[in-house]
Design a protein around this ligand. Structure first.
Ligand code: SAM
Ligand code: ZN
Length: 307
Protein backbone atom coordinates (compact mmCIF):
# COMPACT_ATOMS: atom_id res chain seq x y z
CA UNK A 1 0.00 0.00 0.00
CA UNK A 2 1.06 3.62 -0.46
CA UNK A 3 2.85 5.19 -3.39
CA UNK A 4 4.77 7.55 -1.20
CA UNK A 5 4.57 11.16 -0.29
CA UNK A 6 4.51 13.77 -3.00
CA UNK A 7 5.36 16.34 -0.41
CA UNK A 8 6.21 15.94 3.23
CA UNK A 9 3.55 17.31 5.51
CA UNK A 10 4.54 20.19 7.64
CA UNK A 11 3.65 19.87 11.24
CA UNK A 12 2.03 23.17 12.03
CA UNK A 13 -0.05 24.12 14.97
CA UNK A 14 -1.74 27.36 14.12
CA UNK A 15 -5.14 26.42 15.45
CA UNK A 16 -6.69 28.78 17.94
CA UNK A 17 -8.09 27.94 21.33
CA UNK A 18 -11.71 26.90 21.68
CA UNK A 19 -13.59 26.02 24.82
CA UNK A 20 -15.53 22.83 25.09
CA UNK A 21 -17.06 20.75 27.75
CA UNK A 22 -14.07 18.92 29.29
CA UNK A 23 -13.92 15.50 27.67
CA UNK A 24 -12.27 12.28 28.65
CA UNK A 25 -13.49 10.15 25.79
CA UNK A 26 -15.07 11.67 22.74
CA UNK A 27 -18.42 13.15 23.70
CA UNK A 28 -20.98 15.17 21.91
CA UNK A 29 -20.21 18.90 22.12
CA UNK A 30 -22.47 20.93 24.41
CA UNK A 31 -23.76 24.42 23.56
CA UNK A 32 -23.35 24.08 19.82
CA UNK A 33 -24.14 27.21 17.87
CA UNK A 34 -26.31 26.89 14.79
CA UNK A 35 -27.59 29.68 12.61
CA UNK A 36 -31.27 29.72 11.65
CA UNK A 37 -31.47 28.77 7.96
CA UNK A 38 -34.55 30.99 7.53
CA UNK A 39 -33.60 34.33 9.16
CA UNK A 40 -29.90 33.96 10.02
CA UNK A 41 -30.41 34.43 13.79
CA UNK A 42 -28.72 32.18 16.34
CA UNK A 43 -30.62 29.05 17.31
CA UNK A 44 -31.10 28.14 20.96
CA UNK A 45 -31.78 24.68 22.29
CA UNK A 46 -35.17 24.57 24.03
CA UNK A 47 -35.23 23.55 27.70
CA UNK A 48 -36.93 20.30 26.71
CA UNK A 49 -33.80 19.41 24.72
CA UNK A 50 -36.03 18.43 21.83
CA UNK A 51 -35.82 21.35 19.46
CA UNK A 52 -33.87 24.46 18.47
CA UNK A 53 -35.49 27.80 17.71
CA UNK A 54 -34.50 31.38 16.94
CA UNK A 55 -35.93 34.67 18.22
CA UNK A 56 -38.28 34.74 15.26
CA UNK A 57 -39.86 31.45 16.35
CA UNK A 58 -38.42 29.36 13.53
CA UNK A 59 -38.23 25.96 15.11
CA UNK A 60 -36.34 22.77 14.22
CA UNK A 61 -36.94 19.46 15.95
CA UNK A 62 -34.18 17.04 16.82
CA UNK A 63 -34.89 13.72 15.10
CA UNK A 64 -35.02 10.56 17.19
CA UNK A 65 -31.56 9.63 15.86
CA UNK A 66 -30.27 12.94 17.30
CA UNK A 67 -29.69 14.91 14.10
CA UNK A 68 -31.14 18.27 13.16
CA UNK A 69 -32.67 19.08 9.79
CA UNK A 70 -31.63 22.65 8.91
CA UNK A 71 -32.55 22.44 5.23
CA UNK A 72 -35.84 24.29 4.81
CA UNK A 73 -38.00 23.11 1.98
CA UNK A 74 -37.51 26.37 0.05
CA UNK A 75 -33.80 25.53 -0.31
CA UNK A 76 -34.38 21.99 -1.51
CA UNK A 77 -34.02 21.61 -5.25
CA UNK A 78 -35.59 18.18 -5.23
CA UNK A 79 -37.64 16.03 -2.89
CA UNK A 80 -34.64 14.02 -1.76
CA UNK A 81 -31.49 15.98 -2.58
CA UNK A 82 -28.03 14.43 -2.48
CA UNK A 83 -27.21 10.75 -2.60
CA UNK A 84 -30.14 8.34 -2.64
CA UNK A 85 -30.88 5.83 0.09
CA UNK A 86 -29.62 3.06 -2.20
CA UNK A 87 -26.29 4.86 -2.74
CA UNK A 88 -25.95 5.46 0.98
CA UNK A 89 -26.55 1.78 1.78
CA UNK A 90 -24.07 0.71 -0.90
CA UNK A 91 -21.46 3.17 0.41
CA UNK A 92 -21.85 2.00 3.99
CA UNK A 93 -21.55 -1.69 3.00
CA UNK A 94 -18.45 -1.02 0.90
CA UNK A 95 -16.72 1.27 3.41
CA UNK A 96 -17.51 -0.93 6.39
CA UNK A 97 -15.79 -3.81 4.58
CA UNK A 98 -12.58 -1.78 5.13
CA UNK A 99 -11.51 -1.10 1.55
CA UNK A 100 -10.82 2.60 2.21
CA UNK A 101 -9.55 2.12 5.73
CA UNK A 102 -5.87 2.90 4.89
CA UNK A 103 -6.96 6.24 3.45
CA UNK A 104 -9.22 6.92 6.44
CA UNK A 105 -6.30 6.18 8.77
CA UNK A 106 -4.11 8.60 6.84
CA UNK A 107 -6.81 11.28 7.18
CA UNK A 108 -6.91 10.72 10.96
CA UNK A 109 -3.11 10.86 11.12
CA UNK A 110 -2.99 14.16 9.24
CA UNK A 111 -5.52 15.62 11.63
CA UNK A 112 -3.56 14.26 14.57
CA UNK A 113 -0.29 15.68 13.34
CA UNK A 114 -1.76 19.14 12.94
CA UNK A 115 -4.30 19.58 15.68
CA UNK A 116 -2.97 21.55 18.63
CA UNK A 117 -1.78 19.71 21.64
CA UNK A 118 -3.85 20.20 24.81
CA UNK A 119 -6.59 22.14 23.07
CA UNK A 120 -9.88 21.20 21.56
CA UNK A 121 -10.43 21.05 17.84
CA UNK A 122 -13.85 21.61 16.30
CA UNK A 123 -14.00 19.64 13.06
CA UNK A 124 -16.62 19.71 10.31
CA UNK A 125 -16.98 16.73 7.97
CA UNK A 126 -18.50 18.43 4.92
CA UNK A 127 -20.67 16.20 2.75
CA UNK A 128 -20.10 13.49 5.35
CA UNK A 129 -22.47 10.94 3.80
CA UNK A 130 -23.24 8.15 6.23
CA UNK A 131 -20.43 9.30 8.55
CA UNK A 132 -17.65 6.78 7.89
CA UNK A 133 -14.80 9.27 8.21
CA UNK A 134 -16.17 10.83 11.41
CA UNK A 135 -16.25 7.38 12.94
CA UNK A 136 -12.69 6.68 11.83
CA UNK A 137 -11.45 10.02 13.21
CA UNK A 138 -12.99 9.13 16.56
CA UNK A 139 -11.32 5.73 16.36
CA UNK A 140 -7.85 6.60 15.12
CA UNK A 141 -7.03 10.12 16.31
CA UNK A 142 -4.93 10.26 19.43
CA UNK A 143 -6.70 12.23 22.12
CA UNK A 144 -9.92 12.12 20.18
CA UNK A 145 -11.54 13.39 23.37
CA UNK A 146 -10.16 16.77 22.30
CA UNK A 147 -12.09 16.72 19.03
CA UNK A 148 -15.64 17.99 18.69
CA UNK A 149 -17.04 16.29 15.61
CA UNK A 150 -19.67 17.77 13.33
CA UNK A 151 -20.99 16.42 10.04
CA UNK A 152 -23.31 17.86 7.41
CA UNK A 153 -24.85 16.39 4.33
CA UNK A 154 -27.79 17.34 2.16
CA UNK A 155 -29.07 13.73 2.10
CA UNK A 156 -31.39 13.05 5.03
CA UNK A 157 -31.06 9.26 4.84
CA UNK A 158 -27.30 9.54 5.08
CA UNK A 159 -27.40 11.90 8.06
CA UNK A 160 -29.94 9.74 9.87
CA UNK A 161 -27.68 6.72 9.34
CA UNK A 162 -24.59 8.67 10.50
CA UNK A 163 -26.33 9.95 13.63
CA UNK A 164 -27.70 6.54 14.50
CA UNK A 165 -24.24 4.99 14.40
CA UNK A 166 -22.30 7.75 16.17
CA UNK A 167 -23.91 9.53 19.07
CA UNK A 168 -20.78 11.48 19.99
CA UNK A 169 -20.86 13.66 16.87
CA UNK A 170 -23.31 16.37 15.81
CA UNK A 171 -24.90 15.67 12.45
CA UNK A 172 -27.18 18.02 10.54
CA UNK A 173 -28.98 18.00 7.22
CA UNK A 174 -27.92 21.14 5.37
CA UNK A 175 -26.44 22.27 2.10
CA UNK A 176 -22.77 23.08 1.79
CA UNK A 177 -23.94 26.16 -0.14
CA UNK A 178 -25.57 27.57 3.01
CA UNK A 179 -23.81 26.27 6.09
CA UNK A 180 -25.90 26.96 9.21
CA UNK A 181 -22.93 27.78 11.45
CA UNK A 182 -21.52 31.10 12.67
CA UNK A 183 -18.48 32.67 10.98
CA UNK A 184 -15.08 31.25 11.91
CA UNK A 185 -16.58 28.36 13.85
CA UNK A 186 -14.36 25.44 12.85
CA UNK A 187 -10.69 24.65 13.33
CA UNK A 188 -10.70 21.98 10.62
CA UNK A 189 -12.94 21.23 7.64
CA UNK A 190 -12.67 17.77 6.09
CA UNK A 191 -14.04 17.23 2.60
CA UNK A 192 -13.92 13.68 1.23
CA UNK A 193 -15.23 13.31 -2.33
CA UNK A 194 -17.85 15.94 -1.59
CA UNK A 195 -18.90 19.21 -3.21
CA UNK A 196 -18.50 22.55 -1.46
CA UNK A 197 -18.95 26.26 -1.89
CA UNK A 198 -15.60 28.04 -1.52
CA UNK A 199 -16.97 31.19 0.11
CA UNK A 200 -19.07 29.29 2.61
CA UNK A 201 -16.23 26.94 3.44
CA UNK A 202 -13.90 29.88 4.09
CA UNK A 203 -16.53 31.72 6.11
CA UNK A 204 -16.99 28.93 8.67
CA UNK A 205 -13.28 28.17 8.99
CA UNK A 206 -11.16 30.07 11.51
CA UNK A 207 -8.21 32.13 10.34
CA UNK A 208 -5.35 29.65 10.05
CA UNK A 209 -7.86 26.82 10.20
CA UNK A 210 -7.19 23.75 8.11
CA UNK A 211 -8.91 22.36 5.07
CA UNK A 212 -8.24 18.68 4.40
CA UNK A 213 -9.60 17.40 1.11
CA UNK A 214 -9.57 13.90 -0.32
CA UNK A 215 -10.02 13.64 -4.08
CA UNK A 216 -9.46 10.87 -6.62
CA UNK A 217 -5.92 10.46 -7.90
CA UNK A 218 -5.12 9.84 -11.60
CA UNK A 219 -5.86 6.11 -11.62
CA UNK A 220 -8.56 5.84 -8.99
CA UNK A 221 -10.77 2.79 -9.72
CA UNK A 222 -9.05 2.38 -13.06
CA UNK A 223 -10.20 -1.20 -13.71
CA UNK A 224 -13.84 -0.19 -13.19
CA UNK A 225 -13.40 2.69 -15.59
CA UNK A 226 -12.05 0.35 -18.22
CA UNK A 227 -15.36 -1.49 -18.15
CA UNK A 228 -17.39 1.66 -18.51
CA UNK A 229 -15.55 3.87 -20.97
CA UNK A 230 -14.36 2.86 -24.41
CA UNK A 231 -11.25 4.91 -23.67
CA UNK A 232 -10.67 5.38 -19.95
CA UNK A 233 -8.94 8.63 -19.06
CA UNK A 234 -6.86 9.45 -16.01
CA UNK A 235 -8.30 11.90 -13.49
CA UNK A 236 -6.57 15.24 -13.57
CA UNK A 237 -5.08 15.25 -10.10
CA UNK A 238 -4.50 18.99 -9.88
CA UNK A 239 -6.65 20.16 -7.00
CA UNK A 240 -7.54 23.81 -7.09
CA UNK A 241 -7.68 25.37 -3.66
CA UNK A 242 -10.15 28.09 -2.81
CA UNK A 243 -8.62 31.57 -2.86
CA UNK A 244 -6.91 32.50 0.38
CA UNK A 245 -5.72 28.97 1.13
CA UNK A 246 -2.11 27.90 1.15
CA UNK A 247 -1.22 24.30 0.41
CA UNK A 248 0.82 22.77 3.23
CA UNK A 249 1.21 19.26 1.97
CA UNK A 250 -0.07 16.55 -0.34
CA UNK A 251 -0.11 12.83 0.26
CA UNK A 252 -0.93 10.28 -2.40
CA UNK A 253 -2.19 6.91 -1.25
CA UNK A 254 -2.63 4.16 -3.80
CA UNK A 255 -3.18 0.44 -3.35
CA UNK A 256 -5.11 -2.45 -4.86
CA UNK A 257 -8.30 -3.92 -3.50
CA UNK A 258 -10.11 -7.13 -4.44
CA UNK A 259 -13.79 -6.73 -3.60
CA UNK A 260 -16.07 -9.70 -4.18
CA UNK A 261 -18.89 -9.57 -6.74
CA UNK A 262 -21.41 -8.01 -4.35
CA UNK A 263 -18.89 -5.47 -3.09
CA UNK A 264 -17.98 -4.51 -6.67
CA UNK A 265 -21.63 -3.77 -7.33
CA UNK A 266 -21.79 -1.68 -4.13
CA UNK A 267 -18.69 0.21 -5.27
CA UNK A 268 -20.32 0.92 -8.62
CA UNK A 269 -23.49 2.13 -6.93
CA UNK A 270 -21.71 4.58 -4.64
CA UNK A 271 -19.80 6.31 -7.45
CA UNK A 272 -20.88 8.47 -10.39
CA UNK A 273 -20.07 5.41 -12.54
CA UNK A 274 -23.49 4.11 -11.50
CA UNK A 275 -25.09 6.50 -14.00
CA UNK A 276 -22.83 5.32 -16.80
CA UNK A 277 -22.86 1.58 -16.28
CA UNK A 278 -25.76 0.00 -18.12
CA UNK A 279 -27.19 -3.36 -17.15
CA UNK A 280 -24.85 -5.40 -19.31
CA UNK A 281 -21.75 -3.61 -17.93
CA UNK A 282 -23.00 -4.17 -14.40
CA UNK A 283 -23.53 -7.86 -15.22
CA UNK A 284 -19.99 -8.22 -16.58
CA UNK A 285 -18.50 -6.59 -13.47
CA UNK A 286 -20.61 -8.79 -11.24
CA UNK A 287 -19.92 -12.06 -13.01
CA UNK A 288 -16.10 -11.92 -12.92
CA UNK A 289 -14.61 -14.46 -10.58
CA UNK A 290 -12.21 -11.78 -9.32
CA UNK A 291 -11.11 -8.27 -10.15
CA UNK A 292 -8.26 -6.28 -8.64
CA UNK A 293 -9.03 -2.60 -8.57
CA UNK A 294 -6.59 0.24 -8.09
CA UNK A 295 -7.44 2.89 -5.51
CA UNK A 296 -5.72 6.24 -5.76
CA UNK A 297 -6.37 9.08 -3.33
CA UNK A 298 -4.91 12.55 -3.11
CA UNK A 299 -5.03 14.08 0.35
CA UNK A 300 -4.39 17.81 0.38
CA UNK A 301 -3.87 19.82 3.53
CA UNK A 302 -4.25 23.59 3.24
CA UNK A 303 -4.41 26.48 5.65
CA UNK A 304 -6.78 29.43 5.59
CA UNK A 305 -4.53 32.46 5.32
CA UNK A 306 -7.34 34.88 4.47
CA UNK A 307 -8.85 37.17 7.19
C1 SAM B 1 -19.40 10.96 -2.98
S1 SAM B 1 -20.39 11.22 -1.55
C2 SAM B 1 -19.15 11.29 -0.27
C3 SAM B 1 -19.70 11.03 1.10
C4 SAM B 1 -18.62 10.89 2.19
N1 SAM B 1 -17.77 12.05 2.28
C5 SAM B 1 -17.80 9.66 1.92
O1 SAM B 1 -16.76 9.78 1.28
O2 SAM B 1 -18.23 8.58 2.35
C6 SAM B 1 -20.87 12.92 -1.75
C7 SAM B 1 -21.80 13.40 -0.65
O3 SAM B 1 -22.09 14.78 -0.85
C8 SAM B 1 -23.45 15.00 -0.55
N2 SAM B 1 -23.86 16.25 -1.20
C9 SAM B 1 -24.14 16.49 -2.51
N3 SAM B 1 -24.48 17.78 -2.69
C10 SAM B 1 -24.41 18.38 -1.47
C11 SAM B 1 -24.63 19.70 -0.99
N4 SAM B 1 -25.00 20.69 -1.81
N5 SAM B 1 -24.48 19.96 0.32
C12 SAM B 1 -24.10 18.96 1.17
N6 SAM B 1 -23.87 17.70 0.79
C13 SAM B 1 -24.01 17.41 -0.52
C14 SAM B 1 -24.15 13.74 -1.06
O4 SAM B 1 -25.41 13.56 -0.46
C15 SAM B 1 -23.14 12.68 -0.67
O5 SAM B 1 -23.40 12.14 0.61
ZN1 ZN C 1 -35.07 32.21 12.29
Amino acid sequence: MGEGLLLKLFRVCYLTTTEFFPLQTIKVEQNVQYVCPVCGGLLQLHQSGKNYSCQNQHSFDLAKEGYLNLLPVQYKHSKEPGDSRQMMIARRAFLEAGFYEPMAKAVAMMIDANKPKDQCTRLLDLGCGEGYYSRKIALYCNHSEQIALHGIDIAKFAIAAAAKKQSNARFIVASSNRLPYPDQYFDVVLRVFAPSDDDELKRVLKPYGYLLTVAPGPVHLWQLKEFIYAEAKEHTSESLLPQGFERLGVQRISYKIAPNAQQRVALLQMTPFAWRANESIQQSIHSLSELEIETDFILTLAINTAN
